[in-house]
Design a protein around this ligand. Sequence first.
Ligand SMILES: Cc1ncc(COP(=O)(O)O)c(C=O)c1O
Length: 401
Amino acid sequence: MSPETTRFATRAVHAGTQHDPNTGAVIAPISLSTTFAQSSPAVPLGNFEYSRSSNPNRADFESAVASLEGARHGLAFASGSAATATILHAFAPGSHVISGADVYGGTHRYFTKVAQSHGLEVSFSTDLIRDLSSLIRPGTTKLVWLETPSNPTLSITSIRDVADLAKEHGLLLVVDNTFLSPYLQTPLIHGADIVVHSVTKYINGHSDVVMGIALMNDEALFHRIQFLQNAIGAVPSAFDSWLAHRGLKTLHLRSRASSLNAQKVAEFLQANIETGKVLHVNYPGLDNHPNRDVVWRQHREGLGGGMISFRIAGGLRAAEKFCQSIKIFALAESLGGVESLAEVPALMTHAGIDPAEREKTGVYDDLIRLSIGIEDGNDLVADLIQALDQAQELQKINGVR
Ligand SMILES: Cc1ncc(COP(=O)(O)O)c(C=O)c1O
């Protein structure tokens, strides 16, 4: 289904979905067979041979997400991290990668602790547009890795500007689009070569599947990564592919609802800077976000997405007390599900990063990250009011500010 002829919601519901030719079932059965019969040697009866190489549920899901990202090809993986690792295997030993500094902690861990073992070197930048040209090592730099919004400080980078610089120097650009989902942002349209997602987050949306996907247009790149998908074999099960495809069908509804809720929550937190309970709010939907102009160019209708981070007054102890006091929000890692979550990156998702390094990107001990779900926004605000009050009480008792 192409973006030229159908709108996003129609593609979310119908792309990659065919009625079963044998039974007429509107929803595809889960195809658990690991192998597929052939009519003569090396002549399969249908499109499939062996389930690691491809299977009906994974193929349906891959083509559905490709349709939503405006991509020709999609390749699904056992996790977002497996997608990252497989893409990096496409580059020869000795290759150099330039990455945004505030990427997902696991991506940072892979870049700094695993990639060297297959001969890749990675440089980090807190401002790719400013630093890219000076970080390039002629002949060896091959790839630029970007997350926008970044995790967890929600800084925004113009994909078009980075893509133009990357093209000028013959580099590929990968954009991790996990934080927004294709409903809010489609990086290929802005010049990216590959989009990756932790499907675990918004695309599946129900916190019950771990999966990843990579999307691209270029045929040679597709064939190279498809080869590695099969050769390395970090692929999702048919059941997970089926579940994630079911989740995808409501992406437009969930993504919009969580973004509208997040706007309400961010405005509430911003108002609490005046009361002294909150020090700072990072949210791309706020008019005072430093890159709000890029948000308008890059995000659907200028929506800010479902992720917020803020610095609570009272330091780490207040952040901990806040997280122990929330009732509707769950204190948990991950994001992008129907339910709202809160976490302290310095102690949880970003604990593996050296404190001085993480503070350079604004990840202080008092930073709290919220993943806003699709509950009633007023109930979420009420939960935050009581949790902020409890954190404030602690400050009064301890006399800290
Ligand atoms: C932005 C981003 N990219 C990639 C990943 C890795 O995905 P997974 O947990 O599915 O391996 C995550 C996980 O939190 C993430 O937040």
